[in-house]
Design a binder for this molecule. Structure first.
Ligand code: BG6
Length: 299
């Protein structure tokens, strides 16, 4: 599969597939450990022939999260087409401080238009620093309509981060007192159960699929020896997901025991829809940074 590899002069590396604009590797050192280490999980049994989204890394979810809920998305499959379309790339830019950026783009193709008829232009900008990785999704409504009410582009978007981590030792903060929907438990009407988070640090020691609505937008995913900080803009919700053996063992492209090696902490706009007027662009952003110190807090 075609890919782009950015190499920072201080040793960090990121690898991005054109298929799905999926980041499949991010290696970075920390101030305590000068050796660049892999920070993302990709299943060793992930399908890499373009026939299905890659199980791991950072897939881009657009224009629907989960099974489609919007009438304009009804023909789309779970998590939309962005993660399973082949993107194009522009040139690489190098800043004075050594940071490197690449932009990938996606516009309607015949295959997309057969399922989704709205005009759009996506840009996915990946920026690599010494200890951090930034992803930005720009969603432009390219409709030329001047009608009133405006011909809004309505969508959901999310960065599906598979963070390489000892899953059973992970805590995610700060989510305490946040409202969430527990997708592992459904009501009689088949809806996710609404709950309030009571834990100071959220763990994933059992099968977890939680959608936190209107969360803090800045998170820490930590384990006893380190962690990753996630700072976001314009991504009001966050999902915490780990299938554990209960679900993971039934996933064809999940390596055996893979669920013990990652936690998904996925910022996005997934409750309700983002609306962009014709000619306008929405930008959602995250910065992932290596946490240099060992974790101080416990539950
Ligand atoms: C998460 C969802 O974002 O992605 C889960 O909340 C889902 O419900 C998971 O199972 C993985 O999705 P997929 O389509 O990559 O198997």
């Amino acid at each position: 599969m075609s890919d782009i590899v950015l190499r920072h002069p201080k040793g960090s590396i990121v690898q991005i597939l054109l298929y799905g604009a999926t980041i499949v590797s991010w290696q970075a050192a920390s101030q305590r450990d000068p050796e660049p280490r892999e920070r993302l999980f990709v299943s060793s049994t992930a399908i890499r022939d373009g026939s299905k989204p890659v199980r791991g890394g950072i897939p881009v979810v657009f224009p629907c999260f989960g099974p489609p809920a919007h009438p304009e998305h009804s023909k789309l499959s779970q998590h939309g087409f962005a993660r399973s379309s082949v993107w194009s790339w522009d040139n690489v830019i190098k800043d004075q401080d050594g940071r490197l950026s690449v932009t990938l783009t996606l516009e309607p193709t015949p295959a997309i238009t057969a399922l989704y008829t709205r005009p759009f232009h996506l840009s996915f900008v990946v920026t690599l620093g010494e200890f951090d990785l930034t992803t930005e999704l720009h969603v432009k409504n390219t409709s030329g309509s001047t009608d009133y009410p405006p011909d809004y582009l309505e969508f959901q978007a999310l960065f599906h981060n598979y963070i390489l981590a000892p899953a059973n030792e992970v805590l995610i903060t700060p989510l305490q007192n946040n409202a969430y929907f527990d997708k592992t438990e459904t009501t009689e009407e088949g809806k996710s159960t609404a709950k309030i988070e009571t834990r100071a640090g959220v763990d994933v020691r059992k099968f977890t699929d939680s959608v936190y609505e209107n969360a803090s937008q800045n998170y820490e995913v930590t384990w006893p020896s380190g962690g990753i900080a996630i700072k976001t803009d314009n991504m009001k919700d966050v999902i915490v997901w780990n299938p554990q053996a209960e679900v993971g063992s039934k996933m064809g492209d999940m390596e055996k025991g893979g669920w013990e090696k990652f936690v998904c902490c996925e910022p996005g706009h997934v409750r309700g829809f983002e609306k962009v007027a014709p000619g306008m662009t929405w930008v959602g952003k995250q910065v992932l940074s290596v946490i240099h110190n060992a974790r101080r807090h416990q539950n």
